[in-house]
Write a protein that binds this ligand. Structure first.
Ligand code: TNX
Length: 508
């Protein structure tokens, strides 16, 4: 230790006389505890990654991140050597299943966690503390220096989600995996896939094959659409799991079901299949609540979805059922929720479920804008958990301002500060803070067709929602956030993420 700037330049951890490393804690989401101090660490050409046993997988992931830009071999080892990055699963009281401790000294970096998920989050923090060009996929000039000190970090909420609407426009496995990688940088741990809607059915169902082959054959605007085979969907689930992210599949019903109704005439009350739909209206379709075949269909699809889902949640939609009477809506949700629990899964649904009878343990995803809906407040008081996605703050498909070409504006414009300045714990007035299970940033795709479109709408707002989900409420501060966010810009440039250059953010 004691190697200062420009001193002892011959050692493997010598610090070149370059710009000082970014301050410890200049990370999004803000860590819960940051204690800067001590000499910085510099990743050297001969460094190793000491990660074995339960830490090996995250070690490989870290090596994969660092090798292309550093050009270093970074072999995985089973022993700590001077200058190593060590990842270790150890009993860490108080850190929970996702927390970690990151210790940076000139002699090495140590990340410790109770579980591999914590190591993974710690690696994301370390990654952000390295210079932005570490993200490049070709060799770059270092030095790869990280400020000294200790970060101890645990999430505020257990559920930190992002939703991608693959129904309005279809996105390929590769496009979804790209988004998963982007989300993991911000410690998002749930990926909600909106798999079905009026414009398309995006998952193969063996018992009802036309859902995908016919119902998935178009999209908004009349393009070719598409669907995931079960093998492709399992690949997404596995890829997400490799980033410690759990997939939440959504089958939206009883409304938003034109693609299903078009595929099977039997599902329609009048027995007549409507044409496929490629517009962007909502609220015109409904499953036939009175027909027994409706519940055979729902049970078949949910059974096949559950079999593809290692995670605990099945999302049953339930939003905007404007063509279903209130009585039918309640009848329907009373019948469908037990199908989910019978599959040993937990019900998730949009907050309209609170107008009916959410089953014990259900999670309502709040997408209102006022936080005053009496049914949501009453349900939260009665034990229904809330995932917070208020449309006027958390909807990544809203335009930033009136000049934004992509997106919608029914919930208003959402600048970066609007995405950040709200509190998940208090947004629904009168709901107990303990009812709030987490946050989610939905990205609806009526106007989005490419990964570039996804990137532009999600960045830089997604990191704002991610910070609300991870960082302690006490750290909430726009000035601090905007500075830490600004430092992400060069990283996104290096990653090929085209983002909205908001005038609110002091980009370097
Ligand atoms: C409302 S939010 C919807 C979606 C649309 C979205 C567009 C929700 C539960 N339903 O069907 O895609 O607005 O912002």
């Amino acid at each position: 230790s004691g190697v200062g700037l420009g001193v002892g330049a011959a050692g493997p951890n010598a610090v070149a006389a370059a710009a000082p490393p970014r301050p410890l804690g200049q990370v999004v989401p803000e860590p819960s505890s940051v204690q800067p101090g001590g000499a910085p660490y510099t990743l050297g050409r001969h460094a190793v990654i000491d990660a074995s046993g339960p830490a090996a997988q995250v070690g490989q992931y870290l090596a994969g991140l660092l090798r292309p830009s550093t050009g270093y071999a970074l072999p995985l080892t089973h022993d700590a050597r001077p200058g190593a990055i060590t990842l270790r699963v150890a009993h860490m009281p108080g850190l929970g299943g996702e927390g970690y401790r990151l210790d940076v000294r000139d002699s090495g970096v140590l990340i410790e966690a109770d579980a591999p998920a914590g190591l993974f989050h710690g690696v994301q923090t370390l990654r952000q503390l390295l210079p932005a060009n570490v993200e490049a996929r070709t060799p770059q000039a270092g030095p790869w220096t990280v400020a000294g000190g200790t970060i101890t970090d645990t999430p505020r909420y257990a559920y930190r989600g992002a939703m991608l609407d693959v129904a309005r426009h279809f996105f390929t496995v590769a496009q979804v995996e790209r988004y998963i990688d982007e989300l993991s940088l911000y410690k998002i741990n749930y990926l909600h896939l909106h798999l079905t809607d009026d414009q398309g059915w995006r998952i193969a169902v063996d018992s009802w094959p036309k859902l995908a082959t016919y119902g998935g054959s178009t999209e908004v605007g009349g393009g070719p659409g598409g669907y995931y085979t079960k093998a492709q969907y399992e690949q997404i689930v596995r890829y997400a799991a490799s980033r410690f992210m759990t997939v939440v599949p959504e089958m939206d019903m009883p409304a938003h079901t034109n693609a299903a109704l078009a595929s099977y005439a039997d599902l329609d009350c009048d027995g007549v299949a409507p044409p496929l739909y490629t517009g962007t209206n909502v609220g015109f379709s409904s499953l036939c609540v009175a027909k027994p075949v409706t519940y055979t269909f729902v049970a078949d699809v949910l059974r096949e979805l559950a079999a593809l889902t290692p995670g605990p949640y099945l999302h049953i939609g339930g939003d905007e059922a404007h063509s279903t009477s209130a009585a039918d809506y309640t009848t329907f949700t009373d019948k469908v929720q037990p199908i989910v629990t019978g599959l040993h899964k937990t019900v998730m649904a949009w907050n309209e479920i609170t107008d009916a009878h959410p089953v014990k343990g259900a999670i309502a995803q709040y997408w209102g804008t006022t936080g005053t809906e009496a049914s949501v407040i009453a349900a939260a008081k009665a034990g229904t958990r809330l995932v917070m996605s208020p449309a006027n703050h958390a909807y990544m498909d809203m335009k930033y301002d009136k000049s934004t070409v992509l997106g919608l504006n029914w919930a208003g414009y959402i600048e970066v500060e609007d995405a950040y300045n709200w509190d998940p714990a208090t947004f629904v007035k009168g709901a107990p803070a303990s009812a709030v299970y987490g946050v989610e940033a939905p990205l609806w795709s009526e106007t989005l067709t490419t990964s570039a479109d996804i990137d532009y709408m999600a960045f830089p707002r997604l990191p704002a929602i991610a910070e609300l989900g991870w960082s302690p409420a006490a750290t909430h501060d726009w000035n601090s956030f905007s500075v830490r966010l600004a430092a992400q810009g060069p990283r996104w440039d290096a990653m090929g993420i085209g983002y909205y250059h908001s005038a609110q953010v002091p980009w370097p």
